[in-house]
Design a binder for this molecule. Structure first.
Ligand SMILES: [Zn+2]
Length: 323
């Protein structure tokens, strides 16, 4: 029985690290900066390893007029800037807005548009757009993904919607169809790359980078996958053109599921994605897919809701220096 005087969150409401909880934790720039300081340098907020003294020292924070505050070693006077090297470092956007953007991007299932970000943050569209791309390209890009076991590979095409002032192209396959190659481990992670065209070389490139030899690769009957067997992979095809979609274990339903998420995301959230930004968009969708599950169960530890886990993952990543 629910009790109106003591409301509990329904079991069905997934995620929800609520906006209230976020605001409590990160009310202002100061809270965000302290979070960075503790996360990068000082667990207790007071002691940290001083690289100049080469030992643990007490650090003190002196409030100055600087935009980006620092902590100072009380023994040698070295200043440590918690934002150094991170995505926040050279940005003129306040830390609080950056954190809020990370919250907004992870608190919805399908993501939000730069337009929504602009409205929520009260920044210009250009700023919102730039923040979005930094987040996608620096925090959500995951290069080291390796797939093994049962892997599905497929290509798909995304149509770039024509703008009003663009001429109508040739009939048939339009130049605005952009090819995307993807590979997914069943019940595992996905990689998706925007490619000039889906061909054998791109298949080889993707498998070399991301698929362990000895994996079993499932594809459709397209000729671009013909050499997989010669390269040491197990390979089974499903003959889509003959109307066959599942043949025992041979199917590509996992990667098709990812494509449909991607495409409905493009239709629903974004007006049009230009080729220049397509990869960053793929990064975001792959990242969401790859972190769709709860964190691993640990004995005696209550699992974090999915939404909150995603937010914390992204914030943790944001506290690391970027290349
Ligand atoms: Zn020192």
């Amino acid at each position: 029985m629910s009790n109106r005087k003591n409301p509990t969150r329904g079991m069905s409401s997934e995620s929800r690290y609520s906006l209230m909880e976020f605001m409590d934790e990160f009310p202002d720039d100061d809270a965000c900066l302290t979070y960075l300081w503790r996360s990068r340098y000082s667990q207790d907020g007071e002691h940290a390893h001083c690289p100049r003294c080469d030992r643990e020292r007490t650090f003190h924070r002196y409030h100055t007029a600087q935009a980006r505050q620092s902590w100072t070693c009380t023994a040698c006077g070295l200043h440590v800037h918690p934002t150094a090297g991170t995505i926040f470092h050279k940005s003129s956007t306040s830390l609080k807005l950056w954190f809020y953007a990370l919250y907004l991007i992870t608190s919805t299932r399908c993501g939000i548009s730069a337009k929504q970000l602009e409205r929520e943050l009260g920044v210009t569209y250009k700023t919102a757009w730039r923040m979005f791309n930094v987040i996608r390209n620096s925090l959500m890009a995951e290069d080291g993904i390796t797939l093994s076991g049962e892997v599905e590979m497929d290509e798909t095409y995304l149509v770039h919607r024509r703008r009003a002032n663009e001429p109508v192209g040739q009939p048939g396959r339009s130049l605005r169809e952009r090819a995307v190659m993807g590979a997914v481990e069943r019940r595992g992670q996905v990689v998706a790359r925007y490619v000039g065209s889906a061909n054998r070389l791109e298949v080889e490139h993707m498998t070399d980078l991301h698929v362990l030899p000895a994996a079993m690769v499932y594809t459709d009957e397209s000729a671009i996958y013909r050499r997989l067997k010669g390269r040491g992979y197990g390979h089974a095809r499903v003959n889509h053109s003959a109307g066959v979609y599942v043949d025992g274990d041979a199917h590509t339903q996992s990667i098709e599921g990812f494509w449909s998420l991607l495409k409905s995301g493009i239709r629903g959230t974004y007006h049009s994605v230009s080729s220049k930004w397509l990869q960053s968009y793929l990064n975001e969708y792959a990242w969401r897919y790859n972190h769709r599950e709860h964190t691993r169960r640990q004995p005696g530890v209550k699992r974090m809701p999915v939404g909150e886990a995603k937010f914390r993952l992204l914030v943790e990543r944001a506290c690391q220096p970027v290349a």
